[in-house]
Design a protein around this ligand. Sequence first.
Ligand code: HEC
Ligand code: HEC
Length: 271
Amino acid sequence: MTKRQTRLFFIVGTLVFAGIFVGLTVDSHRQFGRLTNADLITADVSAGKDVWHDNNCINCHTLLGEGAYYAPDLTKITQHRGVPYLTAFLEDPSRFYSEEQYRRLMPNPELTDREIEQVLAFLDWVSRIDNQGWPPRPILVTGSRFAGVEAGARTADAASDEPVALGQTLFSQSPATCSACHSTAPGVQLAGPSLAGIGTRVATLLAEGGYGGSATTAEGYLREAIVQPSAHLVPGETFSAEGRSFMPDNYSQLLTDEQVDHLVDYLLTLR
Ligand code: HEC
Ligand code: HEC
């Protein structure tokens, strides 16, 4: 190359790549509103962001993978745990985790009821940001597994359209993510009771009494447990308060009737 060609190569190359860079930057900025659901930023969401900052939650937690790496990433927490559980948790974190057992503990942030509502509105808005799967390996709350990892290992099942296989897949995937709170291994208690053996356990419960709901069959019991969790409460100090289950109470809206059927079909196989 001559000196002139070299200079031309440099100038044209620089201009082309600067152009691409500026173009992509402008394009990203144009999409921010849509990707972040700017129209969903209510007064509560903004106030919740202030609660989040005033209490230095980021000193321990991460959002979208940014922050301190001591405590779980909360990017999708409202979708995994739901508002009833998170409200109870924020009122008194020590009720749910013991320092001895888990080696790390969240101090009580002493938030008012209103502040809890607001910070949850903020976290719920965050959970709807299209983060394109980021962070890929979030730090999780103790005992949870990364929803999807388990499902990924079962590609053969996932391809099947048998009701039980569909239910099993749904169990660990959005929008149900039951596996964030329920293990199917005996004795493993996450935020909810282990569902090991639930397919047979229900019959005993219905036969022996002590059940306060309106179901008469195992199918009916399981359906009710999903769409109306407070109808009958599994006893446990960390499961409910004042007659209200900490399980999300909006599955009748989140899931179709058919999806609930598939989940029930799957749970009945846990013997
Ligand atoms: C000193 C560190 C620290 C601070 C500050 C802190 N947290 Fe936490 N938080 C934790 C730890 C540790 C856990 C997880 C317990 C575990 O998984 O063992 C946790 C868990 C959580 C969870 C998930 C609970 C669950 O079981 O799903 C939420 C939600 C949460 N924190 C919200 C907040 C909010 C909101 C703030 C600010 C008001 C905050 N945290 C401030 C340490 C902290
Ligand atoms: C935030 C955590 C949480 C999530 C998410 C959750 N649950 Fe629960 N679940 C609980 C808690 C807590 C209980 C015990 C209190 C009660 O009886 O409602 C429970 C109880 C149950 C029971 C009754 C168990 C028994 O021994 O009788 C069933 C069945 C159940 N859940 C199924 C599901 C299914 C299916 C999903 C997903 C669609 C799901 N849960 C999602 C927390 C959760």
